[in-house]
Design a protein around this ligand. Structure first.
Ligand code: NDP
Ligand code: 2IT
Length: 451
């Protein structure tokens, strides 16, 4: 049995159905870091893996709130405080009906390594609720956020744990959460990031994840000797914060993003998607992408129900570079094969773990440049850390300053990941490079801090 298989077996005893995605994330990391565990005995001696895969604590709580018709609603809230060896727990909150402990453990685990890769002083955590903001009024969202914070405030703080946004949590939700925290604690501190600019948010935080993913891709393509994105057809999935800002940056550098998607369907607009309309539909009106067709009859709308079995409409469309930016496991082996046979040479994960392990294997074996989420989407949390710095020093950085620092951070991550892969004999494998580089920094800190 290989060292990776032995380690994975140790954790299987605790397995439960909800933990499936967590195991998927963990297994990938263990396979990647096996050469490091074999070559340097200190990591096994200090039981780093056993300590890293178990969260410091999982906080689970009841959230009771009143909807607009005065019905009493009950949801479950969570915060997974995973690892604070490199800094306070840091990571987003997800509000989506599918949220459970397993999903938040997977996201929190990925966050530890992602935050480590940024080189910034932030540990890993994640939280959220099975609350569905879709179809709720602003007042209902506000009431839910207040009730959620009534419990969460006990466990967070600007030097303890700093939540931010994720699926279903944007600046509206962060604003309500911040307001309630301020009211309960009578403090005005940078306890959340992704705040609106008028009360402590950083310029460019909304754009950071999508822009960062494109900066990462440009650096990767250059290092791998491929043509840049300018003038190239790109496909993007998702139509939320990450997807729309990836699309925005692709336009800024002269690429042509032709798709986006939401949970109900996919838009394919071969001249390039209409970004202003998408922002209006998804960020302001919060409606379905199907409404895109009201003003663009020449585009194609493919409802989710019509997707070929086991595949996703976005990944059937010819492109040079693909950007999965919606959710986990949205890009399967079939999708990977479709992309490869249509000539796609680059895949960048804007979302967290959107590609299944089989899809990743297909990309790597066909020498597609593949940028894993924990490296490529780290721009969001990096600018969150810049927001923490600005809050702590009571300062405001210009858009240009944040953008330059974001670009530099993404370039550094890409270079470090690529160099690490080379050092460990897997040149061009950014999955192994990211896992090894991310693990090493946090593991070395854990050893230095003792048990
Ligand atoms: P948003 O809520 O803004 O957008 C999510 C998008 O994905 C929406 O278009 C949504 O469709 C779609 N989507 C969500 N769940 C599903 C599903 N189960 N099936 C199909 N479509 C789905 O979230 P973000 O853009 O912030 O997040 C997208 C991804 O990026 C997530 O994986 C997140 O973890 C990751 N990420 C986010 C960061 C950030 O800064 N926000 C940072 C790093 C990673 P619909 O509109 O119909 O709900
Ligand atoms: O997955 C992620 O990196 C995020 N949702 C952003 C986390 C953050 O703290 O900004």
């Amino acid at each position: 049995m290989s060292i990776a298989e032995e380690e994975i077996k140790k954790f299987e005893k605790d397995n439960c159905a909800q933990d499936e995605v967590f195991y998927q994330a963990m297994e990938e990391v263990i396979y990647s870091i096996a050469p490091l565990l074999e070559s340097d005995a200190k990591y096994m001696r200090h039981a780093i893996l056993e300590r890293l895969v178990v969260p410091d604590r999982i906080i689970k709580f009841k959230v009771v709130w009143l909807d607009d018709k005065q019905n009493i609603m009950v949801n479950t809230g969570y915060r997974v405080q995973f690892n604070n060896s490199l800094g306070p727990y840091k990571g987003g909150l997800r509000f989506h009906p599918t949220v459970n402990e397993g999903i938040l453990k997977f996201l929190g685990f990925e966050q530890i390594l992602k935050n480590s890769l940024t080189g910034l002083p932030i540990g890993g955590g994640k939280g959220g609720s099975d609350f569905d903001p879709k179809g709720k009024s602003d007042f209902e969202v506000m009431k839910f956020c207040s009730a959620f914070m009534t419990e969460l405030h006990k466990y967070i703080g600007s030097r303890i744990d700093i939540p931010a946004g994720d699926i279903g949590v944007g600046s509206r939700e962060i604003g309500y959460l911040f307001g309630e925290y301020k009211k309960i604690t009578s403090t005005y501190e940078g306890v959340l990031t992704g705040k609106p600019f008028m009360f402590g948010g950083s310029l460019m935080r909304p754009e950071a994840t999508g822009y960062g993913a494109v900066y990462f891709t440009e650096t990767m393509l250059e290092m791998e000797g491929k043509e840049p994105l300018k003038g190239k057809i790109c496909t993007v999935s998702g139509a939320g914060n990450v997807a729309l800002h990836a699309i925005e940056k692709l336009y800024q550098i002269g690429a042509v993003p032709v798709t986006c998607s939401d949970s109900s369907g996919t838009i394919y607009d071969k001249r390039g998607v209409d970004l202003a309309l998408l922002k209006e539909l998804k960020l302001e009106k919060r409606t379905s992408l199907a409404d895109y067709m009201n003003s663009h009859r020449e585009a194609i709308y493919i409802p989710t129900s019509e997707y070929p079995e086991g595949g996703h409409a976005v990944w059937n469309i010819e492109c040079y570079a693909a950007f999965p930016c919606a959710t986990q496991n949205e890009l399967t082996e079939i999708d990977a094969q479709n992309l490869i046979s249509n000539g796609c040479i680059s895949v960048t994960e804007g979302a967290n773990m959107p590609s299944t392990p089989e899809a990743i294997d297909a990309f790597l074996s066909h020498k597609v440049c593949f940028a894993p989420g924990k490296a490529a989407n780290a721009g969001g949390v990096a600018v969150s850390e810049f927001e923490m710095s600005q809050n702590a020093s009571m300062s405001k950085w210009s858009f240009e300053k944040v953008d330059a620092k974001l670009k530099e951070t993404m370039q550094q991550i890409a270079k470090r990941v690529s160099l690490t892969a080379k050092d460990y004999g897997v040149e061009g494998n950014y999955v192994d490079g990211a896992n090894i580089a991310g693990f090493k920094r946090v593991a070395d800190a854990m050893i230095a801090e003792g048990i």
